[in-house]
Design a protein around this ligand. Structure first.
Ligand SMILES: Cc1cc2nc3c(=O)[nH]c(=O)nc-3n(C[C@H](O)[C@H](O)[C@H](O)COP(=O)(O)OP(=O)(O)OC[C@H]3O[C@@H](n4cnc5c(N)ncnc54)[C@H](O)[C@@H]3O)c2cc1C
Length: 401
């Protein structure tokens, strides 16, 4: 007895994070027999630690379009997914950039508006209304998305997986994929610590571990673990805007901090800089780095001075796979490896909000040979060997430094 739920499938998905779960959902919707394997449990990786931003602002048009294609799933969860709850909170999203990037921000907003995204350029005066009590004297312009906000990443992954299972997908947790099986240049399945499962297609959605999983088939996927700790602070009850008013998602590339309300009483805070990049993705990482707490407090109080009356509650570490251009690696491995092996990894700290659309694109790749969003072909593994890295049309600097 292997303890595995099935021994054959049409597609094996390695990893039950939000990405693998989204692919399983879309493949199952199209009638495939999918087996999802996770060495731990759904949301055990980056997904369970994600800050959950749902926004469309990027400096690369195809990423904005991808996020926009994913957006209806968050807005209309019950109709589209019909299991669990993604916990979408429409509290608005504000992107701030330094002066020398304001022209890029304006151009990015115009391009996003052209595809229908609800976004506009706002001034420092607008910012004061949008985020009461926020210091904005160094802000020339920002991008405001009134319909954006955040969702619950674990709930999103669990809901997508539950919907996939409703449609016939098999799931096994606590099953580690040890090796991708290849015969005659084709994928034939995976070897796990509980036995083998055979399938002509394997999707590697193993998050920060995806490089190790790919290496078992002799493929070099150039991702490094990117560690990112986030903190939760209690909001003071007496604060500008009043206790009931949520603080929108603010991604501040000027002072390199981000924050948003978490429910009614907490503020989630993260830093854009100082994140460790590299190391073994399997290194122990149970607790947060205590040195992060004063840095988070100082940065957030720089923007929201009244947070001096807030209090630190807790923090947690997380990690994602970071690619050399800080963009995802998607699609068939191509000339680099065996037929039937697909990559869905390297999300570089940004792969939560796009997951529903990436999952749909992966299903299109597998079943139709190409995704409907043609620009995704540029996210292939081969771009690194070609030296054809993805760069925004109106670029900012690397977000994570
Ligand atoms: C702290 C933090 C904050 C973030 N904030 C945001 C945000 O606000 N918005 C946003 O869009 N993105 C954000 N991200 C990024 C986003 O969370 C990730 O890109 C996304 O969750 C990646 O999902 P995934 O399914 O690819 O990977 P993961 O969630 O890491 O899932 C991979 C799964 O694979 C499993 N696995 C690994 N190896 C094996 C194996 N050998 N066999 C079987 N299973 C295996 C793991 O157990 C894990 O469950 C953040 C990331 C972090 C760390």
């Amino acid at each position: 007895m292997s303890g595995l739920p099935v021994t054959t499938a049409d597609v094996i998905v390695v990893g039950a994070g939000v990405q693998g779960s989204a692919t399983a959902f879309h493949l199952a919707r199209r009638g495939l027999r999918v087996a999802v394997l996770d060495r731990a449990y759904p949301g055990a990786g980056a997904t369970g630690r994600s800050s959950g931003f749902v926004r469309m602002h990027y400096d690369l048009a195809v990423e904005s379009e991808l996020a926009w294609r994913a957006f209806p799933t968050f807005e209309h969860w019950a109709e589209i997914v019909g299991e669990g709850d993604c916990g979408f909170s429409r509290i608005g999203f504000l992107q701030l950039v330094p002066h020398h990037q304001v022209a890029s921000l304006r151009a990015n907003v115009a391009a996003q508006q052209a595809v229908g995204i609800d976004t506009r350029v706002v001034t420092a005066a607008d910012v004061a209304d949008l985020v009461p009590g926020m210091v904005a004297d160094d802000v020339e312009a920002g991008a405001w998305e009134p319909r954006s906000g955040y969702a619950d990443p674990t709930g999103t992954a669990a809901g997508l997986l539950a919907a996939a299972r409703r449609l016939g997908t098999s799931y096994a947790g606590g099953v580690a994929v040890q090796r991708i099986l290849v015969d005659g240049g084709r994928v034939t399945g995976v070897a796990t610590d509980r036995g083998e499962i055979h399938a002509p297609v394997v999707v590697n959605a193993a998050g920060a571990i995806a490089g190790k999983v790919a290496a078992t088939a002799g493929i070099n996927v150039p991702i490094k673990p990117w560690r990112h700790d986030t903190g939760y602070f209690g909001l003071p009850s007496a604060r500008p805007g009043g206790p009931g008013r949520p603080i929108p998602v603010v991604l501040d590339n000027i002072t390199t901090v981000y924050f948003r309300s978490e429910g009614r009483d907490l503020l989630l805070v993260g830093l854009e800089v100082g994140n460790d990049i590299g190391g073994d993705p399997d290194r122990p990482m149970e607790t947060y780095d205590p040195e992060i707490v004063p840095q988070l407090a100082e940065k957030v109080c720089g923007r929201l001075p009244w947070m001096v009356d807030g209090d630190f509650r807790t923090a947690h570490p997380g990690q994602d796979g970071m690619s050399p251009d800080q963009r995802a690696i998607l699609g068939p491995v191509g000339a680099e490896g065996p037929d039937g092996l697909y990559l869905q990894c390297g999300f570089s700290g940004s792969g939560f909000k796009t997951a529903p659309a990436v999952g749909e694109a992966m299903a299109e790749w597998i079943l139709d040979g190409a995704p409907a969003l043609a620009g995704l072909a540029r996210f292939d593994l081969g771009r690194f060997a070609r030296g054809d890295l993805l760069v925004g049309e109106h670029p900012y600097e690397s977000l994570w430094r």
